[in-house]
Design a protein around this ligand. Structure first.
Ligand code: SF4
Length: 334
């Protein structure tokens, strides 16, 4: 399946119910929530959640339990940069040994040089997606907040040349999250057309309602393409670096975390009463007071967590990332 189809299928799936059978796809494991970039459209830089790496044994257990329940694909990334974790190759190797058919990562590419990618490929990686959201050095600095454009593009090119000239069975993709200032189609086409198997361009969105201001500079001024019911709480198995199950891969503050997998079995947690209640509310179109409401309607309500034991956010009054000044400053110097 092409990258574009995989992405659109994720948000448009149907067959929703409060009680869901365990999916075969969409297991995402957050090996870490640390990141070495500060992307303007990403909440990571504003995140108040403690930074950490996932416990190795818990990760292995989740991989094994999910496979037993029928899962066949796994992605090792959620909110952070997975290559910051030196154990990534071990996680991939374990997933391959268990029997996973498709193992993938998304990376900002800073550390995804040829030798590291070779190592991950040998461990069992099937696809790598570089998240490169600018088509020149100046835009890259403004968007990513770091000066790594040349390094990242060189890494991509080197990996793609290696894979094509050696007939390596690894898909190399690029995703480009666009704001108005970086909507440069011909530059983007020119940059990526001979450096990857496929690239997709998507508009920046409000990150689960946590960066409402992003819509002022992107995505037709505030129109969010997510609709209720949103497929994530029904079809995605997202495991945070604390070992929690959460309803959404954009849940940076564990506001949709619903089970602690160190205390609850994955099989039971997947349909526990808390997530079934969220699914019910999604089906009824009544998500007031959750981040889903802010996400869908781009509103500014202070959201409640769905499991008070798992969200450690003390003060929700400053939950929204108001870094628009950084965007404005950057745009002014354009
Ligand atoms: S915040 Fe809620 S509505 Fe938005 S993408 Fe996540 S699960 Fe879907």
């Amino acid at each position: 399946m092409k990258l574009k189809e995989r992405i659109s299928k994720k948000v448009s799936d149907s067959g929703f119910n409060t009680f869901m059978s365990f999916p075969k796809k969409n297991l995402l494991i957050e090996v870490t929530n640390y990141c070495n970039n500060r992307c303007i459209f990403c909440y990571n830089d504003c995140m108040k959640r403690e930074r950490k790496f996932i416990d190795k044994d818990l990760c292995y257990r989740v991989l094994s339990d999910a496979y037993q329940l029928g899962m066949r694909e796994v992605g090792f990334y959620v909110t952070g940069e997975p290559l910051l974790d030196k154990r990534l190759k071990d996680f991939i190797k374990r997933a391959k040994l268990i029997g996973y058919e498709y193992i993938y990562i998304t990376t900002n590419g800073i550390l995804a040089n040829l030798s590291r990618v070779k190592e991950l490929y040998e461990a069992g990686l099937n696809s790598i997606k570089y998240s490169i959201n600018a088509s020149n050095e100046k835009d890259y600095l403004m968007i990513h907040g770091t000066d790594n454009f040349t390094r990242v593009v060189n890494n991509l090119e080197e990996v793609y040349n290696w894979k094509t000239s050696n007939n390596i069975n690894l898909k190399v993709y690029v995703s480009y999250i666009m704001i108005d200032a970086t909507n440069k189609k011909s530059e983007i086409d020119k940059l990526f057309k001979n450096k990857c198997d496929e690239y997709v361009v998507m508009s920046a969105i409000n990150q689960g309602g946590l960066i409402p201001s992003i819509c002022e500079i992107s995505h037709e001024k505030g129109i969010n393409s997510f609709k209720l019911p949103c497929s994530y709480p029904f079809k995605s198995v997202v495991v945070t670096c604390e070992g929690y199950l959460t309803g959404c891969c954009m849940d940076f503050e564990n506001l949709l975390a619903y089970a602690d997998l160190s205390k609850e079995k994955l099989e039971d947690a997947w349909n526990n009463s808390i997530i079934r209640e969220l699914r019910k509310r999604q089906l009824e179109g009544n998500v007031n007071g959750t981040i889903c409401s802010n996400c869908i309607y781009n509103s500014l309500e202070i959201p409640n967590e769905i499991n008070t034991k798992l969200c450690k956010l003390k003060n929700k009054n400053n939950i929204f990332c108001k870094d628009l000044d950084r965007i404005r400053r950057s745009n002014e110097s354009y």
